[in-house]
Design a protein around this ligand. Structure first.
Ligand SMILES: NC(=O)C1=CN([C@@H]2O[C@H](COP(=O)(O)OP(=O)(O)OC[C@H]3O[C@@H](n4cnc5c(N)ncnc54)[C@H](OP(=O)(O)O)[C@@H]3O)[C@@H](O)[C@H]2O)C=CC1
Ligand SMILES: O=C1OC[C@@H](O)[C@H](O)[C@H]1O
Length: 385
């Protein structure tokens, strides 16, 4: 598009699994996804463990040897050569880590779930607002072209008036063996549990249609009815089932999640039933595969006999190729927001991130899941982070 792409310089905070996946995606030439207006440069990484670990991380990701390796997050946030920091620590640490970055004047992309609770999210947003900084929750799925395409179809009325969205994510096969009682997925000290880790994707599918279909001036958080079953070993939430009612449109979202695989196999082509169904008066859209990394959807018209007026589309299945893991699309969004002087993304604005955190607070309240005081706290700074 332009001969002079806008380049942003990333600092990576933490060196675990997703930090590596994200960093590798940043290094993929944006032209392979037809993005010629922006570029990404990884200029530093920090590990709370040691600078050697940060250096090894950079090497493993294939980052240029000129990038800096820090042995603490505090050193990273004061590096003047960084435009934005990507936070990839466990949920329990997001509030403290994001606040550290914002207080130091850095823009932030923070992994999901944004924080452990809405009170923490509100404080981060307030600081970003006051300091004129960009802040975004890294719900990468929102920025997939496939999702944008579906949002446009729904907004155009392709499937009529949308009434209901079903969304499920339940897929781990051997939980006790894989996670035991210490892994961040199930560890209460790290804000583990299915809701903040996987349930947030089910909520994302519900929100990115039903929250957005509410007229802007009447946009409201949903009414929440939910149930939780706990994981015996740690007391974290293992299965969550949520019914959301969006009052401005009287639509319902059913968001379910389980750490364990339940019925459908997202690896399959959807023969056991699509985990995502967006249902309208003229038909529905079914999305198959892992709901956090969607590749395929099917448009299914309702039969005119049962619905009165016929749908104007034919049944069709569409597949999108992903030239990498797919985390670069959220990074591209950050680059464009910084270039355009925006502090928040329209794909997932502050108000919506807070509304989702409030929904998860309410689900945890209804199901009796509370994290240790230290990680629910809004106190800052706290020892040990
Ligand atoms: N978007 C997506 O697809 C995915 C997102 N995620 C999200 O990313 C975040 C991190 O997940 P993931 O990468 O799987 O986690 P990992 O356990 O693999 O990595 C977390 C990293 O955080 C740092 N850390 C700092 N303090 C602690 C602590 N007390 N305990 C453990 N780690 C600590 C460590 O890096 P160091 O030692 O270098 O400081 C560690 O390597 C979570 O918010 C998760 O929800 C996870 C997987 C996929
Ligand atoms: O965000 C995520 O997406 C992929 C899952 O495997 C992972 O547990 C989760 O954190």
């Amino acid at each position: 598009m332009t001969s002079n792409p806008y380049t942003i310089r990333w600092g990576i905070l933490a060196t675990g699994g997703i930090a590596q996946t994200f960093t590798k995606d940043l290094l993929i030439d944006p032209a392979t996804r037809n993005a010629t207006d922006i570029r990404h440069s990884v200029v530093a990484a920090a590990s709370s463990t040691s600078s050697d670990r940060a250096a090894q991380f950079l090497k493993d990701c294939g980052v240029s040897s000129t990038a800096k390796a820090y042995g603490s997050y505090k050193e990273l946030v004061i590096d003047p050569d960084i435009d934005i920091i990507y936070i990839a620590t466990p949920h329990s640490h997001h509030y403290q880590n994001a606040r550290l970055c914002l207080e130091a004047g850095k823009n932030v992309l923070c992994e999901k779930a944004f924080t452990t609770n809405a009170a923490q999210a509100k404080i981060l947003v307030q600081i970003a607002k006051e300091k004129g900084l960009f802040l975004m929750e890294a719900v990468w799925t929102r920025y997939f072209p496939l999702v944008r395409e579906l949002q446009a179809k729904v907004q155009e009325g392709t499937i009529g008036d949308v009434k209901r969205v079903f969304a499920d994510l339940s897929y781990r096969k051997d939980v006790e063996k894989e996670f035991g009682s210490e892994h961040r997925m199930v560890n209460m000290d790290l804000a583990g549990g299915v809701l903040l880790d996987l349930g947030i994707y089910s909520l994302t599918w519900v929100f990115q249609f039903l929250y957005h279909l509410q007229p802007l001036s009447q946009r409201q958080a949903p009414i929440v009815a939910s149930s939780i079953t706990k994981y015996e070993k740690t007391g974290c939430d293992e299965m969550t089932s949520i019914i959301l009612t969006f009052p401005a449109t009287n639509t319902h979202g059913i968001a379910t999640s389980n750490i364990r695989q339940v019925s459908h196999d997202p690896d399959s082509n959807g023969t056991a039933g699509a985990p995502i169904r967006i249902q309208g008066t003229l038909g529905e859209i079914q999305v198959t595969g892992f709901s956090f990394r969607p590749t395929t959807y099917t448009l299914i018209p309702a039969s005119s006999a049962s619905q009165g007026s016929p749908a104007k589309f034919k049944q069709e299945t569409i597949t999108h190729e992903i030239p990498g893991h797919g985390m670069f699309w959220e990074a591209d969004e950050c680059a464009r927001c910084l270039r355009d002087g925006k502090q928040e993304s329209e794909g997932l604005g502050w108000e919506e991130s807070i509304a989702i955190m409030e929904t998860m607070d309410e689900v945890r309240r209804q199901g009796g899941v509370r994290y240790p005081e230290k990680i629910e706290s809004t106190e800052y700074p706290l020892e040990g982070f």
